[in-house]
Design a protein around this ligand. Structure first.
Ligand code: SAH
Length: 403
């Protein structure tokens, strides 16, 4: 195995089991590893640090697959064992849903590999040279271990380019996926388009928050003797909107700029038999919509803000912070005392603390007396590896407007 020796002092993060090695940390490479080749990483003093997959095109040059010198990292069994462990860890979720993340990259010891299950199909994203190199092995192991009917690949994320990998979409193994796969989550049905939908087709990561919305709608009805009037901004295929209806909301206004997402959202509402008159779908830019709604004197019992990633890297944090503040301020202005705000950020470059500060800034400008009564994050199928906190990208707050 080719040896990669780090510069002096650069072994510290690996000793803490952080799984990434940047090109700038590398002193010497004893050979010319191909894209995805397994290498042995050594400290400047020659001590063993771990095994990782080499990515010649990426500044993130090596992603670690094991810190155990005796691990047989290059054998198919190694991959089988990792996948088996990842899949078993998610078995419990089946009681609630058949839309689950089965493999979450670094957290599952399979750097750069994303696998989501939608009913009988799996959808993959190979986002690292190492995962890409072992694609066939991985696809076969996934079929054997899960008994899936097919694996559909959505390796079209922008992150692939940084690894020098081309975009790829299509059936990898087994039966081709149907145009729309029907899934159920906490009693609500959703149609998932794995070919052109966002990410792998659905925001599996928002499951716990959608359930919280469903519960809030139910509690609201019990307490007030009427259902809530809610505004779901950035609704995509209606995730939160349908959860709110299932909980007994009276009216849900859903806003998104994508006509395709709204078309799927309407179909999803029909699939659940939800009354059309109580669901309003608006194709608009949320930044504009919130201003217009205020001018029109609209008010809501709940506003949900689940925008796309505003900061794609730390270079964009400042601009993103202004955008988050804008929607949070204008979202809050549509709430009366007693109103609720669910607000989220999925930008990895904006951490929990910074997000809280941005939202606090909006609270201050809105001159609202506000409590945070709940924190949100991705579900248990997106665990944060304690040695790799960067894996935690999704955070959210439940705010309550006080008198
Ligand atoms: N809450 C959703 C996921 C939201 S994804 C769920 O649980 O499924 C973000 C959505 O924001 C996408 O559907 C995208 O089309 C939409 N979007 C992005 N920018 C927008 C803008 N400026 N105005 C309105 N919608 C926008």
């Amino acid at each position: 195995m080719i040896e990669v020796t780090l510069k002096k002092g650069k072994e510290k993060s690996l000793l803490r089991r952080h799984p990434w090695v940047y090109d700038t940390a590398i002193g010497k490479v004893a050979g010319k590893p191909f894209s995805g080749e397994m290498v042995k990483v050594l400290g400047a003093d020659g001590r063993f640090l771990g095994y990782g997959a080499y990515s010649p095109a990426s500044t993130l040059r090596v992603r670690m697959w094991s810190f155990d010198e005796s691990a047989n990292v290059e054998t198919p069994q190694f991959v089988v064992d990792r996948i088996e462990a990842a899949v078993r860890a998610r078995d419990g979720l089946l009681e609630r849903t058949n839309a689950r993340r089965l493999i979450f990259g670094e957290a599952d010891g399979l750097p750069g590999l994303i696998v989501d299950a939608y009913g009988d199909w799996l959808v993959t994203q190979f986002q690292s040279a190492g995962a890409e190199f072992r694609m066939q092995e991985i696809a076969k192991a996934l079929m054997d271990i899960t008994g899936a009917r097919g694996v559909f690949d959505r390796s079209d994320a922008a992150t692939r380019a940084r690894e020098g990998l081309p975009s790829r979409v299509g059936c990898l193994i087994g039966e081709d996926a149907p145009a729309v796969i029907e899934v159920v989550e906490d009693g609500v049905k959703y149609g998932v388009d794995v070919r052109v939908g966002h990410k792998t087709g659905f925001y599996v990561d928002q499951r716990e928050s959608r359930l919280a919305a469903q519960k809030l709608a139910r509690e609201f009805r019990e307490r007030h003797g009427r259902g809530m009037r809610a505004l779901n901004c950035f609704c995509y295929t209606g995730g939160f909107s349908l959860a709110l209806m299932a909980g007994g909301a009276d009216e849900v206004v859903s806003v998104d700029s994508s006509a395709d997402a709204l078309a799927q959202a309407r179909k999803n509402a029909q699939m659940n038999g939800f009354d059309d008159d109580r669901m309003k779908w608006v194709e608009a830019d949320v930044f504009d919509y919130l201003r217009k709604a205020r001018e029109a004197g609209e008010t809501f019992d709940l506003v949900i803000l689940d925008p796309p990633k505003f900061a794609s890297s730390h270079y964009h944090v400042e601009r993103a912070a202004r955008a988050y503040k804008d929607i949070n301020l204008n979202g809050m202005r549509l709430l009366q005392p007693g109103g609720h705000l669910f607000t989220f950020s999925c930008s990895g470059a904006i951490d929990v603390d910074l997000f809280q500060k941005i939202v606090a800034g909006a609270v201050f400008d809105a001159r609202k007396n506000t409590w945070a009564i709940e924190r949100f994050g991705a579900g248990a199928d997106h665990p944060m590896l304690m040695t790799y906190p960067e894996g935690e990208y999704l955070k959210g707050l439940h705010l309550l407007m006080r008198p």
